[in-house]
Each structure stands twice: as structure tokens, then as C-alpha cells.
Write a protein that binds this ligand. Structure first.
Ligand SMILES: *[C@@H]1O[C@H](CO)[C@@H](O)[C@H](O)[C@H]1NC(C)=O
Ligand SMILES: *[C@@H]1O[C@H](CO)[C@@H](O)[C@H](O)[C@H]1NC(C)=O
Length: 480
């Protein structure tokens, strides 16, 4: 009970602080540091810094709350902002699925009791939840590439299955969809009201949680869409690399990165002690407990305001949670410094970035297809893309994270196009490696499309040790 009360207090405090910070920002009460030439001085520091709520030292519980992305916390959104002489012409959305049930169970403990059916009068609420369920039950297999057509279109188990999307996850994406609807459809009229099937591009991995997240976002974006106009493609690879997945150098970087992770873990004696204690509590060998990735299950219980499991030897506690979560944060910090993950990311993210750039170029050349693209994916998809774009300071993708590319056309010079990049509503365009320097040299309100194209087609490989200038060579250069 003590634990629960403390937890609730923390949760309430975090929500209050987030709300206060948002209100202060809206009222422009927080001074934004501006350098002489008018550019923000904080460009290399934390992305999306929150001067009010951000604790002075890293707090694992605060970080965990951000990761949960509880739908009660209002958030800022900078999507769809551009000077008046620019017209929005296409939008590309990469999401992580919403809140889900754990993928692993802690050995010899009771599974957390979470209900994955959708119930309108259960928290978190959403006014469109019932309509969403009713619309999903009218869907047919014809709207999905095989094997997606065998998946349920919304979560529906009274005791969640492993990895199943929860009601929280559905609500998170209904909200994302609605937000994008207000900005892109109502304000910018990205799609005509009688939009054609080819104007949407929808793609998801073969997990029910990604398909259902994509559907929830789509329903928020286009309520009561016509099922006959919808077609979700299946992406077999979590990297969204389709026909270009074979890349030996990428795997070499990954192996080295995993070795780095292993060494860091060995160095952390507090972490080893914590795993040992937890293993004794649940009465299994430490190795077995560690292999069960207990933080995944603990995070789920944390996000759902449940107490951690107990056995007759005692309870898993907040101290254990803090130590493991803190190690995750330190691991991410070292990962940024050592650059092995960057090598993996550049090669891993190239295919999806290349695909996105190709879509943007077709639109820039006057094409009227694929104006709104949605890729429904995983943390292991978003994380390399963020790293490849040079957004190292961005936080690990939370539940229902969204990364958006906007393509804008200059009305005055219709052959000129610009891109904006947004992560969870924050404008990170001038933090990316393809526009950071451009902006420092001569600050302009928008980043030219050519910068992104040049980066993806050639410059992104320059950061690799092999010094290749194209994907094929970079993938097949040995001895990284
Ligand atoms: C968390 O659980 C406590 C105790 O069961 C309850 O009083 C509180 O309202 C819950 N908090 C939230 C945010 O649901
Ligand atoms: C990148 O896109 C171009 C143009 O669409 C295509 O020709 C090329 O094969 C793509 N490269 C990779 C590695 O996917």
C-alpha cells in the first residue's frame, strides 16, 4: 500500500509538472535561449528539453514515465508549422506500436492481470473507442496483404496474450491519429475529401500490435474510412528493408555493439547484485532471470500502476526497478559515444529512408500518389532511424512514438521543396545531420529537400569506416 501511494504521488507529480510546463510554454513564459544570429543555442544538447520538468540529474523513474506515454498527459505538437508561402504536399509517418503486454514473463511469478478487451467506460477513455471497435468488426481480409489478413483487427483477450496491444495502446494511437487529422486534414487539406486509395500508403510488420496500432491511428485520422479504399502491406523485416536486407557489414556492427553491451553489463556490479537478489526472490538461477528480461515485465506493471510481483521470499521493489532502468539509460549513453550502433543504424535505416526519399521526390515532381504514408513499426525500427539521422540525443522510442517527415512546396517557386522532421511532436529538423550545419551557416526557416536526398543517397555512408559512397559497397566492405 505504501508503495502504491508513493507511486501514485510520483505519477500525479509528473503529470502536474508536465501540465505546468506545457502551459508555461504555451504562454511563452519560459524564455528560449537565443544566440546573436537568432538560432537556438541548444542545438546539440538534449532534444526536446523540458526546462521545467527535466530533473537536474537523470532519474530512472521520470524516464520510465515518459516511456509509458500515459494518455492523460497533454502534449505539445509542432507538426504542420511552416511559413505561409509553403504548401504541405506529403507526410510520412513512422510509428512505434502503443502500450503492450510484456513479451517475457518473470519466472515463477503470476503474470500481470491486464485486460486487453476494449471497454469504453474503463480508463484510459477515448470518445471514439466504441466506434473504433464497431468499425473494425466490419473490416474484411481484402484490405490486408497476407499474412496480415489472419490477424485480429483489435485487441480482444480478457487476459492479455504476450505482446498484445492494450486499451492504453489503442487510445494512444487514436489520439495520434486525431492530432494528425486536425493538423494535416482540417488545417492543411493534405487529402481531398474523396481521396483515392493510391493516395495512402500503409505498411506494417506482421505482429497484431503493429497492425492494430496502425488501424487505430488510421481510424483517428480518417474516421469511418471506406474499407474498400484501404490496403495494408506486410513488411517482413523490423528494419523495413524489403528487398535490400542482405547487408553483412550491418551484422558485423551489430555483433560488436552487442559485445560492447555485454562488457558494460559486466562492469556494473550494482546491476549484477540486483539481478542476484531478484533471482533469489523468485528462486531461479540468476542467468535464467536475466534471460527473462525482467525490465520488460516490470515496465508494464509500472505503466499500469500495478505493484511488482511478490513471492514467499519477498517482493520485487522499486529499488530493483531503478537500478535496471538506470543501467538501460547508461547503456544508451555509452552506445552514443562508441558509434558502433551508429554504423549499424546507417546501414539498417538506409532502405526505409531511401524509400521515403523516393516517395517525396515523386511527389515533388508532380506525382499525386502516396501523399500520406504510414509505417507501423517497433522500437528496433525507430531507434536506428533516429540514430542514422543524427538525432542521438533523442530519447529511446516510447510507446506510440511518432517520427514524421513533412514535404513542403514553396508556392512562390514551385520547383523548390523543403522537409521538416518531427519526433513526438517536437521539431528536430535542425538537429539532423543533414540540416544541422546548413542551419548554422545561414539560418533559414526551412530545410531544402535536396539536403535529405544528398544525405540518403550518398553522404550518410561517409560516417562509416569503409568510406563507401553507396549502400551496396558499404554493406559488402569487410573488416569494420
Ligand atoms: C494507482 O493505484 C492506486 C492504488 O490502487 C490508486 O489509488 C490510484 O488512483 C491509481 N492511479 C492511477 C493514475 O490510476
Ligand atoms: C534507393 O532508391 C532508388 C530510387 O527509388 C532505387 O533505384 C534504389 O535501388 C534504392 N536503393 C536501395 C538500396 O534500396
Amino acid at each position: 500500500m505504501l508503495f502504491r501511494n508513493r507511486f501514485f504521488l510520483l505519477l500525479a507529480l509528473a503529470a502536474l509538472l508536465a501540465f505546468l510546463s506545457l502551459s508555461l510554454q504555451l504562454l511563452h513564459l519560459i524564455p528560449v535561449s537565443v544566440s546573436k544570429n537568432g538560432a537556438s543555442t541548444k542545438s546539440r544538447k538534449r532534444i526536446l528539453p523540458d526546462p521545467v520538468t527535466e530533473p537536474p540529474v537523470t532519474d530512472p523513474v521520470y524516464e520510465a514515465l515518459l516511456y509509458c506515454n500515459l494518455p492523460s498527459v497533454a502534449e505539445r505538437s509542432m507538426e504542420g508549422h511552416a511559413p505561409h508561402h509553403f504548401k504541405l504536399v506529403s507526410v510520412h509517418v513512422l510509428i512505434r506500436h502503443g502500450d503492450r503486454y510484456p513479451l517475457y514473463a518473470i519466472p515463477k511469478t503470476k503474470r500481470p492481470e491486464i485486460d486487453c478487451t476494449l471497454v469504453a467506460n474503463r480508463k484510459p477513455y477515448h470518445p471514439k473507442l466504441e466506434a473504433f471497435v464497431s468499425h473494425m468488426s466490419k473490416g474484411s481480409g481484402a484490405s490486408f496483404e497476407s499474412p496480415l489478413n489472419s490477424l485480429p483487427l483489435y485487441p480482444n483477450h480478457p487476459l492479455c496474450e504476450m505482446g498484445e496491444l492494450t486499451q492504453t495502446g489503442v487510445v494512444q494511437h487514436l489520439r495520434n491519429g486525431q492530432l494528425l487529422r486536425d493538423i494535416y486534414l482540417k488545417k492543411h487539406r493534405l487529402l481531398p475529401s474523396d481521396w483515392a486509395p493510391g493516395q495512402l500508403y500503409l505498411e506494417t510488420t506482421g505482429k497484431s500490435r503493429t497492425l492494430q496500432s496502425g488501424l487505430a491511428l488510421l481510424y483517428g485520422f480518417l474516421p469511418d474510412f471506406d474499407w474498400k479504399k484501404i490496403y495494408f502491406r506486410h513488411q517482413p523485416s523490423a528494419l523495413f528493408c524489403s528487398g535490400s536486407c542482405y547487408c553483412p557489414a550491418r551484422n558485423q556492427y551489430l555483433e560488436k555493439e552487442q559485445h560492447r553491451q555485454y562488457l558494460l553489463r559486466l562492469k556494473n556490479s550494482q546491476l549484477e547484485r540486483t539481478y542476484g537478489e531478484m533471482a533469489r526472490l523468485v528462486d531461479v538461477p540468476t542467468k535464467q532471470l536475466r534471460a527473462a528480461n525482467p525490465i520488460d515485465s516490470l515496465l508494464c506493471q509500472f505503466c499500469h500502476n500495478m505493484s511488482f510481483p511478490c513471492t514467499r521470499h519477498g517482493c520485487i521493489g522499486m529499488e530493483h526497478f531503478r537500478v535496471i532502468k538506470m543501467h538501460q539509460i547508461e547503456d544508451e549513453r555509452e552506445r552514443r559515444q562508441k558509434k558502433l550502433y551508429l554504423g549499424y543504424s546507417l546501414l539498417g535505416a538506409h532502405p526505409i529512408l531511401n524509400q521515403t526519399v523516393a516517395r517525396m521526390q515523386r511527389t515533388a515532381e508532380g506525382g499525386k500518389e502516396e501523399l500520406f504514408a504510414l509505417y507501423s513499426a517497433h522500437d528496433v525500427t525507430l531507434s536506428p532511424v533516429l540514430s542514422a539521422l543524427g538525432l542521438e540525443e533523442a530519447r529511446f522510442p516510447r510507446f506510440a512514438a511518432r517520427l514524421i517527415f513533412e514535404l513542403w512546396q514553396d508556392r512562390g517557386k514551385p520547383t523548390q521543396h523543403a522537409v521538416r522532421v518531427l519526433y513526438n511532436g517536437g521539431d528536430v529538423t535542425f538537429h539532423t545531420s543533414f540540416c544541422r550545419d546548413h542551419h548554422k551557416r545561414s539560418p533559414k526557416p526551412m530545410c531544402p529537400l535536396e539536403n535529405l536526398v544528398r544525405f540518403v543517397r550518398r553522404d550518410m555512408f561517409a560516417a562509416l569506416e569503409s568510406g563507401s559512397t553507396n549502400y551496396y559497397d558499404a554493406c559488402h566492405t569487410e573488416g569494420v
